[in-house]
Ligand binder design. Structure first.
Ligand SMILES: [Zn+2]
Length: 419
């Protein structure tokens, strides 16, 4: 019997309790990062794959942060990567939660707990889609490669970045990262995040003579930092075929963040002073101070223009002895709106939700960029209630979880020739 899409969706519907339980079970495993080991959650996923008849391998750069690679299908068509992280940010003060963050509680409409939205519901959705395809015996033309990582929330050096650098991200035709988005947006691009270091050099003196002697490095740097907003004047550059996605992104930013002018966060550089260190002792005029600035680059930004702006920001302060250091590592990255993966997710999401779904660029960044840097058309789409992410009382709508799973399933069918 040849299994078709309709039958697969029916299976997903009949077995939706399995998906809810899988999400809840994942929540019950505390996988906080930093601090906690990821061993238990990785073993759980490995076992789930085994039960599903899908072959998987554990690979790792660090004993506490293993990754899982699994593959199903053949070489008769496209190769599609599904990516998800199973680590979660710490739950923090338990008294600030209205429920046990690791209880995995399921209500009428919601699944509750740390990591529901970011992103264990997404992980459950891709795992369950693979299981349904495998168990149904649907004939796919091409293959699905699963990348489960356990280090995303704390720098990610043992996660996707490492996987890609170790050669596991080669030759794919599409990649879905099941990170939380709204149901009405598909993330097709992001800003690049970089670290700018500003250093001020002064002359030490005894603190008691502070207003007469010495040259205070903290004061000098403050005069520069007060103009950090100048960097926000630098804009990205977009091709004609990126205009619609840019328009969508600005619409979404104003809609979600609801602050006047916030849409400019998408196509302008942002610069946020994150940390500052200076001085050694109360009674010494400090001769050194440095600040670390989080600089986010939109798509197509001209780095030379930005560097000129940094120099004129320092000049404008009127102080001598301030230098900057930066290694531009991460650029704005994007996937074309016409890519089959974008169109497949858009079509299926629109049909299921009955709403318009907008491909758009995000103001933040994630693991998607590592795949895009490899030339793999990559999108993010996943279930979420954004208000609890990285905060207290994280939760996800059951309807969102069930629909996301079907959208993954149907899009895989479209790309892998299941009619
Ligand atoms: Zn995440």
């Amino acid at each position: 019997m040849i299994i078709n899409k309709e039958q697969l969706v029916k299976m997903a519907q009949e077995r939706e309790q399995e998906l809810i339980k899988l999400t809840s079970d994942l929540i019950k495993i505390n996988s906080e990062n930093p601090i906690g080991s990821q061993r238990e959650v990785i073993d759980f996923v490995m076992n789930y794959l085994k039960e599903s008849g899908i072959e998987g391998d554990e690979v790792k750069a660090n004993e506490e942060f293993p990754c899982i690679l699994a593959k199903m299908g053949n070489d008769l068509g496209p190769s599609i990567i599904l990516n998800g992280h199973v680590d979660v940010v710490p739950a923090g003060d338990p008294s600030k939660w209205d429920f046990d963050p690791f209880g995995g509680e399921v209500t009428d409409k919601l699944i509750l707990g740390r990591g529901t939205s970011d992103m264990k519901a997404g992980v459950a959705g891709i795992l369950f889609a693979m299981r349904l395809l495998k168990e149904s015996g649907a004939e796919i033309k091409g293959n699905i490669r699963l990348h489960i990582v356990s280090d995303e929330e704390s720098g990610g050096q043992f996660g996707t970045k490492w996987l890609i650098e170790d050669g596991y991200g080669d030759h794919a035709d599409a990649c879905i990262v099941a990170e939380p988005t709204s149901n009405y947006t598909i993330e097709i691009g992001q800003k690049g995040s970089n670290e700018l270091i500003l250093k001020a050099y002064g002359t030490p003196a005894h603190g008691s003579l502070g207003n007469y002697k010495g040259d205070n490095a903290i004061i000098k740097l403050s005069k520069v930092l007060i103009n950090i907003g100048m960097l926000h004047e630098v804009k990205g550059n977009y091709r004609d075929d990126q205009a619609q996605a840019l328009k969508n992104s600005k619409y979404i930013a104003s809609n979600k963040l609801d602050m006047p002018g916030i849409e400019n966060v998408i196509d302008h550089v942002t610069a946020s002073v994150g940390t500052i260190q200076g001085g050694t002792k109360l009674n010494m005029v400090p001769d050194y101070c440095e600040a670390h600035v989080d600089v986010r680059l939109p798509v197509g930004v001209d780095i030379q223009e930005l560097e000129e702006k940094i120099k004129s920001m320092i000049e404008k302060s009127g102080v001598e002895g301030v230098e900057y250091e930066v290694e531009w590592k991460n650029y704005g990255n994007s996937t074309p709106m016409e890519a089959p993966i974008v169109q497949a997710i858009k079509k299926n999401a629109e049909e299921l939700w009955g709403i318009e779904v907008l491909p758009a660029y995000q103001w933040a960044s994630s693991d998607a960029r590592y795949y895009r840097e490899k030339g793999i058309p990559t999108i993010q789409y996943g279930p979420s209630n954004t208000e609890g992410i990285h905060s207290y009382n994280e939760n996800v709508d059951i309807e969102d979880v069930l629909n996301a799973n079907k959208i993954y399933l149907l899009s895989l069918c479209d790309l892998l020739g299941v009619e």
